[in-house]
Design a protein around this ligand. Sequence first.
Ligand SMILES: [Fe+2]
Length: 338
Amino acid sequence: MSVLGLGYIGLETAGLEDWSGFATDVLGLQQVDKTKLTRAFRMDDRKQRFIVNDGAEKGPSLFGWEVADHTALLSVAAKLEADHVTVTMGTRALAQEREVQELIVFKDPMDNQVEVFHGPLIATDKFIPGRAISGFRTGVNGMGHIVFMADSRELVDKMSRFYIDLLGFSLTDYYSNPFEARFLHVNPRHHSLAIVQSETRAFHHLMMELYSLDDVGQGYDLVLEGDDLVAATLGRHTSDYMTSFYTWTPSRFMIEYGWGGRSINPDIWEAHERAGGPSYWGHERSWASAEIKEKARQLRLANGKAGNRAPIQVMEGNYQLADGACPWWDGLKANASK
Ligand SMILES: [Fe+2]
């Protein structure tokens, strides 16, 4: 496996000041000093994860994927070039700007600027979140996941093949209802990248995962205070078991803010078609067409009717077992194990 995880993303916006407030006060990122025309934000021990550049309103415009070292970087470059992809070695100045040791730059089939790097720089001072959250779950899982909308079935396939064949991603699962979607992984995160078919070609959302469900709930309260900021209501995904909501950003793309993602074992995972739609419950999408909304609603109600559910995913030190035995629950567990 070549790529280890999503390292950073960058966007270009006409609303630099709006972004500063949103990123710190709502998302809980830490702003770090940069130039007049750039804001950079931390979400963990790394010097930066989220870069906002002043400019035309373009939304997310660059995506940094991490590899282990110089050798891995060269091997990715060779593979891309063998497939006639134009690869540029990042200059020393660009590496400094990205706070990494070395990088290469190229375009994917959707014309996104993709940067593969190694050696992210680690900050000497500790991460101080912009609001009182417990922090972001990154580490081996990378900074989160990203989703692109492709405007044809062919482009969905082309993007999937590009990331799988040339960058070492693996297919986790896929579905065709209520729309075509492919989910790809590079580490235990269920998907670091997904491509969904849509009427438009654009960036869909960035997912950030929090350590505490309360971080998400308190973020939801803040978003509810805003002017029409909820892009999808609180819900739980069938794919990565994430409990999350989606908010509009100042650049009008979405950020999914979630908790409790599952960890898969990439060594033994087998790709499969996923039935039941995107969510066990919730995630009513304000942006979807009436037809898609209705399909998604029917799938959710069917999940509820069938009692489809999944255990919550917790980390050591972040849960407490409830006291007391309950004959009803013990009976359910005994029946489930038969
Ligand atoms: Fe997502």
